[in-house]
Ligand binder design. Structure first.
Ligand code: ATR
Length: 271
């Protein structure tokens, strides 16, 4: 039996165990995936070493970048890790957030984007948008955290100006409670009304989703996030969560199953 898990804090809301355990069980793989609420970064290395692989969520994506023995693929550009493979006591870091995000929006016609927030998710999203040729800007409450973006050619807004953009992406951790907004409501309302498309990395949380049947009901009738409540359209982060998980699963299984196969399998089970 191999053990995997998602590491972060808070972690009680995470649906990652449900997704991965469903796939392990469906595919007959002897593995189990759990949640690890780590209150301090000092426990990250030992927790990672005790597992075959892990997903990393807030607030540790950047911290784990520094703990990896080798960083692979897009994670080298993002310098934030959401997937770790542990082999022979070595930690290999990956980032599947950017790919998962792109799978959600790749069919939209986008020239410009504004990303709100500057954490690990914002890095993956902004770098992926830039890589795909979208003119991307960022705004964050704490200006000192935007240097990473500026040095990589991503425009930085010093104040939250209301701009017309094709895509507005909310990546801050505010709203995990289902009701809070990161910045002044009127400002956000104006921004949202000027955006062609709106994306919230947050997905609504609901207690008691333990099996695929409960997940199906939630998937089909989930409430809006606080940020999407400002808009009459928009996508929440639930599909991005699924897609980054399928890409991570591919890594956990050494490419034995591919993203499209895992996506089809999971979505068929939601019908
Ligand atoms: P993740 O890895 O999911 O992106 P993170 O790295 O912890 O999470 O980043 C959290 C983001 O939410 C940051 O942009 C943070 O802004 P600061 O750099 O100013 O801290 C943002 N955030 C958290 N609490 C916030 C608040 N109360 N108001 C506005 N932004 C907030």
């Amino acid at each position: 039996m191999r053990y995997f898990g998602v590491i972060g804090s808070p972690i009680h809301h995470s649906l990652s165990p449900l997704i991965h355990n469903f796939l392990f069980s469906y595919l007959g793989i002897s593995a189990h995936y759990d949640k690890f609420d780590i209150p301090s970064p000092s426990l990250l290395a030992s927790t990672l070493q005790s597992l075959s692989g892990a997903n990393i969520t807030l607030p540790y994506k950047e911290e784990v970048f520094g703990l990896c023995d080798e960083v692979r693929g897009f994670a080298q550009e993002v310098e934030a890790i959401n997937t770790v493979l542990c082999r022979n006591q070595k930690l290999y870091g990956f980032n599947t957030d950017g790919l998962g995000f792109w799978e959600c929006i790749k069919n939209l016609e986008l020239k410009t984007a504004l990303v709100l927030g500057a954490g690990g998710s914002a890095r993956a999203i902004a770098m992926m948008l830039k890589k795909q040729g979208v003119d991307t800007m960022i705004y964050n409450r704490t200006p000192s955290k935007v240097d990473f973006f500026r040095s990589r050619g991503i425009g930085v807004l010093e104040t939250l100006e209301v701009k017309e953009v094709d895509l507005l992406v909310h990546t801050t951790s505010v709203g995990l409670d289902g009701k809070s907004l990161p910045y002044q409501q009127e400002k956000l309302q104006s921004l949202v009304s000027k955006a062609k498309y709106v994306f919230d990395v947050i997905y609504p949380s609901q207690k008691g989703i333990v099996g695929i049947d409960q997940f199906r009901d939630f998937f089909l009738s989930r409430p809006k996030t606080a940020f999407l409540g400002l808009s009459n359209q928009g996508m929440d982060g639930l599909e991005m969560l699924l897609y980054q998980a399928f890409f991570a699963f591919e890594i956990f299984c050494d490419g034995q199953y591919c993203f499209e196969e895992l996506k089809a399998l999971f979505y068929n089970s939601l019908k």
